[in-house]
Design a protein around this ligand. Structure first.
Ligand SMILES: C[S@@+](CC[C@H](N)C(=O)[O-])C[C@H]1O[C@@H](n2cnc3c(N)ncnc32)[C@H](O)[C@@H]1O
Length: 197
């Protein structure tokens, strides 16, 4: 894991601190996540975004998550169950090998993770497969510049690099902006999806 924390225990320990600089509810809602939607989190870890997403999509929505970290998925399962989420699917495995289903997702999310995948293009191709034609990909990642915290600069993907990969996977970038001093946010739709959204 290449986040602002170097291993998972530290990652969880610092969750409170992370919440101060990154509000998952605000990020997800402003990107268009709504009640009733089907949400997929690729490289979810223990659900910093998956859990708020489950709350937003509510009882008529669905959430799916995949991560290679078995312990993180176990924690996520417990938290989703505690939240009363009934319609969820989680997988311990590589996002490169995971397709929850074709054309089922309104929202596929990547949270500071694209640069972590061994084969980011394959993960994005899977994301496209899983998206409804009206669905949306949201990629939140570290800006490629010196920040007080965050992964080493050389492993980060610039906005241009991420955009290139997303387009190579058959999607069209509809929005690309710096979210704040630390992060950028890219939104994309399937190329055969609606135009102008
Ligand atoms: C920087 S963390 C981000 C976690 C989460 N998206 C968030 O924002 O809190 C990256 C996560 O990607 C997972 N990961 C790395 N390679 C993976 C792969 N090939 N498939 C699925 N998950 C992977 C790691 O286990 C880790 O939980």
């Amino acid at each position: 894991m290449h986040d602002d924390h170097h291993h998972h225990h530290q990652f969880r320990y610092n969750e409170e601190e992370r919440l101060k600089r990154q509000d998952p509810v605000k990020i997800l809602k402003s990107s268009g996540l709504m009640a009733g939607m089907t949400f997929i989190d690729l490289g979810s870890n223990a659900g910093f975004f998956t859990l708020p997403a489950a709350k937003i999509v509510g009882p008529n929505g669905q959430v799916y998550a995949v991560d290679v970290d078995e312990q993180a998925i176990e924690t996520l399962n417990q938290k989703l169950a505690a939240l009363g989420t009934t319609k969820f699917g989680t997988v311990v495995g590589k996002a490169e090998d995971t397709v929850f289903g074709a054309g089922l997702a309104d929202f596929v999310f990547l949270g500071t993770v694209l640069h972590d995948f061994a084969d980011p293009l394959q993960v994005l191709k899977n994301a496209k497969t899983m998206l409804k034609s009206s669905g949306k990909l949201v990629n939140l990642d570290w800006r490629k510049k010196e920040t007080v915290i965050g992964p080493p600069l050389d492993i980060r993907f610039s906005k241009a690099k991420s955009k290139e990969l997303i387009e190579a996977a058959g999607m069209h970038v509809t929005s690309l902006k710096n979210y704040d001093n630390n992060y950028y946010l890219i939104e994309a739709v399937p190329e055969d999806g609606p135009v102008g959204h």
